[in-house]
Design a protein around this ligand. Sequence first.
Ligand code: ADP
Ligand code: MG
Length: 725
Amino acid sequence: GYQTRQNAINAVTNYKPSIEPLNFAETSPAEIFGSNVFNDKVMKAMLPRDVYKSLMKTKLAGEKMDPSIAGPVAAAMREWAMAKGATHYTHVFYPLTGLTAEKHDGFLNPDGEGGAIAEFDGKLLIQGEPDASSFPSGGLRATFEARGYTAWDVTNPAYILENPNGTFLCIPTAFVSWKGHALDKKTPLLRANQALNKAGRRFLKLFGSDDGSMVVSNAGPEQEYFLLDRNFFFARPDLMVCGRTLFGAKPSKGQELDDHYFGAIPRRVLSFMMEVERELYKLGVPVKTRHNEVAPGQFEIAPVYEQSNLATDHNQMVMTILKSVAKKHGMACLLHEKPFAGINGSGKHLNYSISTPSQGSLYSPGNTPHKNMQFLAVTAATIRAVEKHAKLLRSVVATAGNDHRLGANEAPPAIISIFLGEELAEIFNQIELGDLKGCKSKGCLEMGVDSLPPLPLDSGDRNRTSPFAFTGNRFEFRAVGSNQSIAGAQVALNTIMAESLDFITDEILKLTGGKKAGLKEACQKVLQEIMKKHGHVIFNGDGYADAWQKEAAKRGLPNLKTTPEALPAMIEPEVVAVFEKYGVLSKDELHSRYEIYHEQYCQHITTESLLVVKVAKTIILPAAIRYQGELASVAASIKAAGIEPRTTLLQEVTDKLRDLQENIGTLEKIIAKEGFKSIEEEAKYKVSKVLPAMLAVREVADALEGIVADDLWPLPSYQEMLFIK
Ligand code: ADP
Ligand code: MG
């Protein structure tokens, strides 16, 4: 009740940091960077030469792993880990919940003579068997073969997690069923990377720039999060259970003032950030930027971009470390996309590029006409891929949490469009106009002959309202949710990019018959066709404006506002065809995801709706009734004293109380419905019936928060949670 809230406020007011501020002068970041990673340097020093070389071939050139290296690698890993105090090892995997999962096994084994010896061999490194029957599989794994197994991901390094309560070796793995179905987020990413590499090299070869190295995709995820004092967190059942507030009136001082953004970082938060960074440095995560975000209590951490698979594991580590270090500093870290209604939500801008080691980002405009032709072709492939598969891109960011954010005039709308910037948009406009004879006189660009006008890199007028924006040498996919794994978005992007690059290669080959001579004319023609067909996905205006909603509808761009509307794209025939063609996800695997994401969505809303009822009934209603009682007895005393009391407030509270009870009753009835014919039907019901009924309860409760005496109100207010540091 109120006492809990008051205790929380007192605790926060009297907070004294119990943690020594970190001093990087004592231990330099360079010294600790990667110190807990079984990285190339360690491997080079510890592994036999031929083993090391073989491993590097798999890692850097994508060659198949030679299983005979597992023994020596395991031995070295164990030695290294135990020297650092590790007692256990764990295969870390990424189930479809989007979380990180681990199962620990001790290194020690009884030796049969009353003692124990350390054991960890190649077999245990390569393959593990978690008891994984409780992870979602969407029907892929019949119960009799419920086990599935984890398989060592050679391409990402093993590392040590250091805890005061125990240190253990972590081995990144893929999680698959015995029939080879992908049960996780990593397997499809590895497959999509392969597909992109293959299509990418074919494409580069056409342009004469395949130099034998791998084509990879890169990710730089900007992670947003909220921090609040743990005392508040524990005083709010909604935050504890659902990660977001299900009640709470908007504060009078909101983010309207924008004074938090890039303001000075509060001391306590700074000390938290320092420790987060130190822990991540140890794990070799190259975190670089930190700053306040738009909302009060909101912050961002961003690493230097890395190759997609590594960046994905690292982002999972970032999320884990943010949460655990926050605890240590007496705070809670909220990764939910919308912890506070009416306040800016959290996203995870995914900076995406395709590169080779020698050429760097293929999205960098070059300085020769030839390089520019290649750049324009890659960009055109992207325009085509994003337009063709806009619905898929929306579906991979569809979660119950992210639905609160997309389209709420703070994050990109649910409409997937591309921002190119004025200069590049103009160039593609010219490409679309084509007809060089007419066009040339107007200053049109001839591909492979003319140079591009200089494009502003990171220009100040960057459009923040676009879901997919060109930012000089990469695209920024801004629709990803802060709580999501970035794997899904990259799987989709790499797959549709592979398909689009292949498409351009094929079309050009059709025109040139494989000869070098007609390359630039052919490229010009193919890109013109692409622009005619897909160019309408380009939009440089204000994505938050109502006008865009109308304009996008006119252009025929999909606008899928909720998860149940967005998910079906995942199993549409065109999507299945592309994913199967590139061996990324089979029809069954796509269907399993479709089912699992529906289930997760429904589960999420079920939990939230039950909690709305519980909090409304047991916390809010009693508080309002007490206030009503107070008002009533005061009115009675006044009347007894012979004065006619004013009862407007009593009346208002009484009315609101009646509304609250009515709305709770309605919600309970709506929740009680059972017997859905399908998971899709249930999800649609949640969106159309349950969510509005939850909101109706909240609206009355929030109105009561505005009139009930403050010393009776049990839940910490937005104002308190967001402003007391
Ligand atoms: P902003 O907030 O201005 O968008 P940040 O500095 O917060 O920029 O984050 C930009 C992210 O983009 C960083 O993670 C950065 O490493 C990443 N990035 C930069 N260049 C590339 C690239 N070529 N490919 C992928 N990511 C990139
Ligand atoms: Mg940023």
